[in-house]
Write a new protein. Structure first.
Length: 243
């Protein structure tokens, strides 16, 4: 989703005020657990490289909305590829629009789009059950609430300009078209290469093969994760245990 956010973000910056999501009025949710952003190699096309969002197998990342009755009240995203450099460099002049500044919030939002695409294609499974009732507006609000949570927990500095622009971008017509797209279901686990999985395992010493498979929902048909050089951890965000 982040590469799709690029075009939408430019549009939102150019057309400020045209999107109805009010970031300032969104309540902060809460994060718990820990997430790594890992570099696993050169990018396959343009960009800074190939990256993975990796929840800590011992303390998986979980986001909770303030209202427990809200759609997507509890979200636990899985491991997935991302391209953190996709925030346009022209937009990075705005304080707060760095590629990884809001990484945990991006991960939650990306997971919603992954789930949505598989649900509309009829290929969803139990991993997406908790977000089945999330609609497009909810998805934009959840990202805003996740950014508010990062501010409230002092993980990032408050920057309403950047946060409002990002929240508006994911609520734009461009993002809506992507939300409703068919034929885009890509299982975030099975498309991760065994070589990249090996790098992840090497970067997480002490995590058993069993825990790795259970934590990342690796299917039995995926080959055993062979030893490999460790992925480079470029960012770690730790929220501690659930409160």
């Amino acid at each position: 989703m982040l590469r799709r956010l690029s075009l939408a973000l430019v549009s939102a910056l150019a057309l400020a005020g045209c999107v109805s999501i009010n970031y300032a009025g969104l309540p902060p949710g809460t994060f718990s657990g820990r997430v790594f952003v890992m570099w696993v190699g050169e990018g396959r096309s343009s960009g800074d490289g190939n990256f993975l969002f990796v929840p800590d197998p011992n303390q998986p990342l979980i986001f909770r909305r303030r209202n427990p009755g809200s759609p997507g009240a509890v979200i636990q995203p899985g491991m997935m590829y991302t391209d953190g450099g996709s925030i346009p460099r022209i937009a990075q002049v705005f304080r707060g629009l760095s590629p990884w500044g809001y990484a945990p919030a991006y991960m939650i939002h990306d997971w919603l789009f992954v789930a949505r695409h598989c649900i509309v294609d009829g290929k969803d499974d139990g991993r997406f059950g908790d977000v089945r009732n999330v609609d497009f507006r909810n998805s934009a609000e959840i990202l805003g609430e996740a950014i508010q949570a990062l501010v409230a927990s002092n993980q990032v500095k408050r920057n309403d300009v950047a946060a409002s622009a990002i929240t508006s971008a994911v609520g734009s017509p461009i993002a809506r078209n992507q939300w409703d797209a068919h034929g885009e279901c890509e299982d975030p686990i099975t498309r991760i290469s065994p070589a990249d999985l090996a790098q992840v395992k090497a970067a997480l010493p002490g995590v058993s093969e069993t825990r790795l498979r259970r934590s990342f929902n690796l299917a039995p048909e995926i080959p055993r994760v062979a030893p490999g050089r460790p992925a480079k951890i470029i960012a770690t965000v730790d929220f501690g245990s659930a409160r």
